[in-house]
Design a protein around this ligand. Sequence first.
Ligand code: CA
Length: 233
Amino acid sequence: MEQTILVIEDEQNINEILTFSLGKEGYRTISALDGLKGLEMALTENPDLILLDVMLPGLDGWEVCKKVREHSQVPIIMLTAREDEIDKVLGLELGADDYITKPYSMRELAARVKANIRRSTVQQAVQEPEPVSQSAIVSGDLSINVERYEVTKNGEIIDITLREFELLRFLATQPDKIYSREKLLENVWGYEYYGDVRTVDVTVRRLREKIEDDPSMPKYIITKRGVGYYFNK
Ligand code: CA
């Protein structure tokens, strides 16, 4: 099935290069040159993925991202130009799935688009109703139900994102095995070459805030200094 990508970028030549290149990759593309129009298209055209520039006239990329998230879980890749913008994508719960830094190669962009659409397709499949299963990983007061994508702590359901869940499940499936951040990026995010390992650190930090009694003294997700992370059963 043909997938639609919405490009929200105010620089007309960049917008045209993006839509042209993604068109060559086999995607249907639609585009907007400002934030308001982009938001409107995001909500009415039902795209499969959004490429969203940060600096936009009218409504900026942060606002567009937040407003789209109020209605939709469509994958959003932010197009960032500066280091402080990257920090903002990583540090805030804006709901962006990924970011890519300018200047980027079209090959890198296409790989990111593909990875994010694939993840989103998996997520939609997961949201189909499923029979209740007993298949859970239990450790201490934590229970990870791998079929219902649910984590409970002391019987209370924890509000967790798909990526946090997948990271936790990946580590917990093989307790005590230490994974490097690169390996986690490859296995949990599906990036072979292009990811930023800080993404892993940020996700671990958020996960610890949700599952650990004391995030500064974690019991479950342990840092092996200079090597990576492991799940302590
Ligand atoms: Ca711009």
